[in-house]
Design a binder for this molecule. Structure first.
Ligand SMILES: [Zn+2]
Length: 453
């Protein structure tokens, strides 16, 4: 009898312990890493053996369509909120808020009012009972909605990648479910030398690849490799600039006609008096710069519905630089241009127990990364602009719809059916009657369908 009791007690303890383990374990932890300014085609132009080794065991998205404007802060906030810039409110590196009359810059960014329009994943995940950590990710040292990640560091560009990684690894060993890690390269070198400088970019990308090797070896040393999911991505690409491609605002209108909030490659202006008159001057200012009144900014940019979008914005063509005056080129490489440009796109690589192995997608929207991360963590997502439709194809346990393949199959079947029907109708067509036109019309429609391209 007593033996039965003891066995029953041990069984009960065993069951409780395993349930408790399961509750504590939950989904695998997630580490999100951003290498600032990693243009998608660097992967094709430079060796990157360690990054390639990482995604050969996981997945690669060759191009991530990021959000406009293609700057660091808007895009890092989009990655962790799934929102376009007009929805999360971090619209540029330099902003003016007409309601509070406050100014924002990347060096003066800690006022929560700028960030409170959204809730980043390191805060949302707290509500699922998780501990989170963020290492120098833009916004991670700001108190957003009165909360921060469980652990974070104030931004300090002098802290090395190795030091940042060491802290992140320790945090993850300490039962943190989500951690975000930020590194400034290859953006810094891209600005200084331009993305076409093979020597400088080759050197810095070798360093970035060495950092990825360090990340993998550190995760293996601590036993985290294979136990956690890892996403490696970036915020934007980089375009080559030149002193031969300068657009001078002073050539078009006097500087006392407007207040300048941001300059290049997307300028934001507040006209002093007659907005239409200022706009008409700027509209014809330069063939390589487009001017928009706020209400005419194209829908596809998702960059209008926010008070912090100024009355006039100017968008330089790829590789062109807007200055107020003079002949000085501020940077040999820059980003911020139209997010439809491939040179502005970063990539995404991922590996870990939840991902497929050796799978590649040609493209994905960067706002889709947030719902993907929520799915990986089983965290209910906040309202966002993303979707899992394509992103779920990256996951091992999900069935996904390959949209282009399905469209191709449906069109193929329709064509076959139409041909058969047409032929059977042809057989019955009385001689001398007009041939059927429907087949020809269908073919024309298919040729025009952009989805088939
Ligand atoms: Zn940059």
């Amino acid at each position: 009898m007593s033996l039965k009791l003891v066995l029953g007690f041990l069984c009960a303890i065993g069951t409780w312990a395993s349930e408790n383990d399961t509750a504590q374990q939950g989904p695998p932890p997630l580490l999100l890493v951003s290498f600032d300014g990693f243009r998608a085609d660097y992967l094709k132009r430079f060796p990157m053996p360690n990054l390639k080794l990482l995604y050969s065991q996981g997945v690669l998205v060759e191009q991530l369509t990021n959000v406009f404007i293609t700057k660091t802060f808007p895009n890092h906030y989009s990655l962790v909120t799934g929102l376009y810039a007009e929805s999360h409110g971090i619209l540029a590196s330099n902003m003016y808020d007409p309601i509070s009359h406050k100014h924002f810059s990347v060096h003066n960014d800690s006022d929560p009012m700028w960030w409170n329009g959204a809730q980043p994943l390191w805060i949302t995940a707290l509500d699922s009972g998780y501990k989170t950590a963020a290492m120098m990710w833009p916004g991670s040292d700001v108190t957003i909605g009165n909360r921060t990640a469980t652990h974070f560091f104030h931004y300090d560009p002098h802290v090395t990648f190795q030091e940042r990684l060491g802290n992140v690894t320790n945090w993850m060993l300490g039962n943190k479910k989500f951690a975000a890690l930020y590194w400034e390269e290859p953006d810094r070198t891209g600005h200084t030398f331009g993305p076409d400088n093979i020597t400088a970019m080759g050197k810095v990308l070798k360093e970035v690849d060495d950092n990825i090797a360090l990340l993998m070896s550190e995760l293996k040393r601590t036993g985290l490799w294979g136990q956690i999911n890892i996403l490696i991505t970036s915020d934007h690409g980089m375009a080559q600039c030149s002193a031969d491609r300068l657009i001078r605002l002073d050539d078009c209108l006097p500087p006392d006609n407007y207040t300048l909030v941001d300059l290049t490659p997307v300028a934001a202006l507040i006209p002093k008096e007659d907005a239409e008159a200022v706009f008409s001057q700027l509209k014809k200012c330069h063939p390589h710069m487009k001017a928009y009144l706020k209400k005419t900014i194209p829908d596809r940019l998702h960059y209008r519905n926010n008070a912090r979008v100024q009355p006039i914005i100017l968008i330089a063509d790829e590789g062109w630089t807007i200055v107020q005056r003079g002949n000085k080129l501020p940077r040999l490489g820059d980003h911020g241009y139209d997010n439809a440009l491939p040179s502005m796109h970063p990539f995404l690589a991922a590996t870990g127990p939840s991902f497929r192995q050796g799978y590649q997608l040609s493209s994905l929207e960067s706002v889709d990364v947030y719902p993907l991360m929520c799915r990986l963590l089983s965290v209910p997502p906040q309202p966002n602009n993303g979707t899992l439709t394509q992103a779920r194809c990256l996951l091992a346990a999900e069935t996904c719809v390959d949209v282009p393949l399905v469209i191709g199959l449906v069109v193929g079947v329709l064509l076959v059916l139409t041909t058969i029907t047409g032929e059977s109708l042809n057989i019955r067509r009385p001689s001398g009657s007009r041939p059927f036109q429907r087949l020809q019309v269908d073919y024309d429609d298919d040729d025009d369908d952009p989805l088939l391209e």
